[in-house]
Write a protein that binds this ligand. Sequence first.
Ligand code: NAD
Length: 490
Amino acid sequence: MNHSELFAASPVDPVDAAPETRVFAHLIDGALETSTSTFDVINPSTGRAFARCPDASRAQFDAAVTAARRAFAGWSRTSFEERRERLNRFADAIEQRVEPLARVLTLEQGKPLAKARIEIRRAVGIIRHLVTIAIEPETLREDASGRVELRHKPLGVVGGIAPWNVPIVLAAPKITSALYTGNTMVLKPSPYTPLTTLMIGAIAREFFPAGVLNVLAGGNELGQWMTEHPGIDKITFTGSVATGKRVMASAATNMKRVTLELGGNDAAIVLGDVDVKAVARPLFDAAFANSGQICQAIKRLYVHTSIYDALVDELADIARRVPVGDGFDEQVELGPVQNRMQYERVLELIDDTVRQPGVRIVAGGRAIARDGYFIEPTIVADIAEGTRLVDEEPFGPVLPVLRFDDIEEVLGRANASPFGLGGSVWTRDVERGAELAARMETGVAWVNHHLGVPPEFPFGGVKESGIGRANGEMGLKRNMEPQLVVVPAR
Ligand code: NAD
């Protein structure tokens, strides 16, 4: 079914057509298509459905892979300059539609509208930055016998699978990294937040030849089809560790390359020399941004015993004051938990925490009595490892604050985790902080900061937090296969 006229008139309409009246569609082989089957998209601020999303059939998915394979032959031969120019025009077109995109993002994801606008603008910035990175052949040796070059060639069709927490900030680098390096793509957003990504697909239609970018919405089985399909050469996946393991196992069928950006349980270590009032707010923000639903948010806060009570009090004070509510209310700083399953999981973790002897809930600790999936920002004190809240990734507005005496001991505790995404050390002595931060078993380690890696730098995790890196030259090259070209002198 092709509804392109209807779709073109509404869903990416810069005049900001009401999302309830829009028809959302997949982008398959350059055309916008709906499906006979659809599913509800829920607004997490109300708990009620506000739109229907097309649910891609197996035939539509196969058609997208076929189109991407066909398009690869031509697209892979275009120059970096041409691809850069097209991606920059795509970024401009997204920038012209920040408002309608941000509104749909707030409706489906729940985040405050101001943050949704930032997310769309950040995605634009990521596209523009990544296409400035040059990938040149390297000469590894050149002498009288000849030369040895290292070239980089696109892989083929890249499958992108995204989660629901920052859908566009994660989709933008996946699209750009694949397309800029000469690959074609099939992209699947999370079934919880598919609509803004479908709008991005509709915008892309104008800038790329048919089949170069395909965007399909569907459930988890669509993700599974992607990981199994022999016509897909690489999976770039962002999501939970559990699903990441399934993706990796399934990708083995045709030796797909994988980049896995998975969960985290980031530790921040606060030494006794900090100014408690000055660090409290940045620590709070790095833990509660997006209502705690960020892979790299602080999820375990280790505080030196000499300042423990003072910092816990400051954090509790901020948590009690921060405005929580519907993302369309301009006063609101934190929105709901994104979906019912996650909401119930976070409440279950809080419930488990309350039952631990000696543990104190110093702020929050309950669901907010209103429609939607709202939980009070929660600070938990006098808690230690061995509890679910500390050992698992909560992915919600709840922060355990742990006490420590000795820096060697706390580094061991911070590193005793299967996760290894990010970590930070907070101290007035930044050089000592750098030495300590570098000892954290993580993909990124900060001093006096936590959260956010600009796109020029490689981003990713160690241990079960992932494989490979996104962004930067390193991330772009994950979408390419190195080839050694050996040339004699004559
Ligand atoms: P999830 O693993 O449940 O789902 C992620 C995506 O995988 C969705 O699109 C889903 O439909 C798809 N999927 C589900 N089952 C699949 C299967 N068997 N095969 C292929 N695809 C499948 O994750 P989520 O709950 O949407 O997201 C939250 C998680 O993502 C958290 O753990 C968070 O830390 C992590 N995350 C990591 C990063 C990072 O960069 N490291 C960034 C954001 C989120």
